[in-house]
Write a protein that binds this ligand. Structure first.
Ligand SMILES: NC(=O)c1ccc[n+]([C@@H]2O[C@H](COP(=O)([O-])OP(=O)(O)OC[C@H]3O[C@@H](n4cnc5c(N)ncnc54)[C@H](OP(=O)(O)O)[C@@H]3O)[C@@H](O)[C@H]2O)c1
Length: 278
């Protein structure tokens, strides 16, 4: 049964359904090819853990902070994307069976939604990598997704040749080995992508925010304190300035989810490069 949400901001509203909540935002209409709409989504505990680490599991998102409603909303964001940005580390984790595959839209209603809204059957996949050392997951070829590999100009020439010889298209979008946010989004907008979903971790989030390339951050925060000494959080980089000032756009509350607790679904706007700040 679909859980109901309370909308707490901007207006108070009861009995909002999680299903369709983010689809109704029509993100395609917020982006243009000149100024694409770039968005990210994270799931966190109240004490800021997005993942824990231990010797047995490696780095993993703890089961107890995951809910069906959060995953459903994640997929609604995925369904609206022209392209998703993932990275070499995720490709390696998929190959080792450490993480589940979220590279494709599989839900049949969402597949149909894409068709009805003029999108390609599946989003393109952009793989950011400084090492260029990862395998391509077979599901990308099976789903006939467009693929681009984004890296820095100083990436290992041998690895560059390796991918080029296999016919992959590379985007050189950083001065050193790493990708930088502004050149990456510029290159993707040049490819005609209007909605760009960042499905990556703290490092790519940092480069997007630092270079003012993120339009919106979705954050699901469960009302759980989970502790754990070795953990990942949203950002782990030098201190940010005003580019780290976010504005709340919407706040939803889901009760008893995870069971015995609850969660906020939050949506924040960020300053974009070129914004006048008004
Ligand atoms: N709870 C959540 O919502 C959430 C969301 C995301 C991630 N997580 C979890 O958090 C943990 C860490 O996430 P993560 O591994 O995605 O994050 P990460 O440490 O930020 O990213 C790791 C990989 O991304 C590539 N990369 C990052 N920044 C890059 C740049 N500027 N240029 C080129 N390549 C770059 C690198 O690939 P190469 O090594 O190939 O160069 C690097 O190994 C994982 O356990 C993950 O599952 C949780």
């Amino acid at each position: 049964m679909q859980k109901k949400l309370l909308q707490l901001y901007p207006d108070y509203c009861e009995k909002i359904s999680t299903q369709g909540l983010y689809l109704a935002q029509q993100l395609q209409q917020l982006g243009t090819t000149a100024a694409p709409f770039v968005y990210a989504n994270f799931l966190s505990s109240l004490d800021g853990r997005i993942a824990l680490e231990d010797a047995n599991h490696g780095t993993y998102i703890p089961k107890r902070i995951k809910t069906a409603s959060d995953f459903g909303l994640f997929m609604e964001l995925q369904a609206q994307a022209d392209c998703i940005i993932t990275h070499g580390g995720y490709m390696r984790a998929l190959a080792e069976g450490l993480l589940g595959n979220v590279l494709q839209v599989n839900d049949k209603d969402l597949v149909e939604w894409r068709r009805n809204n003029g999108l390609t059957p599946q989003p393109a996949v952009i793989i950011a990598s400084a090492s260029l050392n990862f395998p391509i997951h077979g599901s990308i070829q099976d789903a006939a997704q467009s693929v681009y590999i984004a890296t820095g100009k100083n990436a290992d020439p041998e690895r560059i040749r390796y991918w080029q010889n296999l016919g992959y298209r590379l985007l050189f979008t950083g001065e050193e080995r790493k990708v930088q946010g502004a050149p990456l989004i510029h290159a993707l907008s040049g490819l005609g992508y209007k909605t760009i979903y960042l499905v990556a971790g703290p490092q790519m989030l940092d480069t997007m925010i630092r270079e003012k390339q993120l339009s919106r951050l979705y954050l699901s925060m469960t009302h759980q304190l989970i502790a754990g000494q070795d953990f990942r959080t949203l950002l782990n980089a030098p201190m940010l300035g005003t580019e780290g000032n976010l504005k709340l756009e919407a706040l939803y509350y889901e009760q008893d989810s995870p069971p015995g607790s609850g969660q906020f679904f939050m949506q924040f706007g960020l300053p974009r490069s070129g914004d006048t700040g008004t």
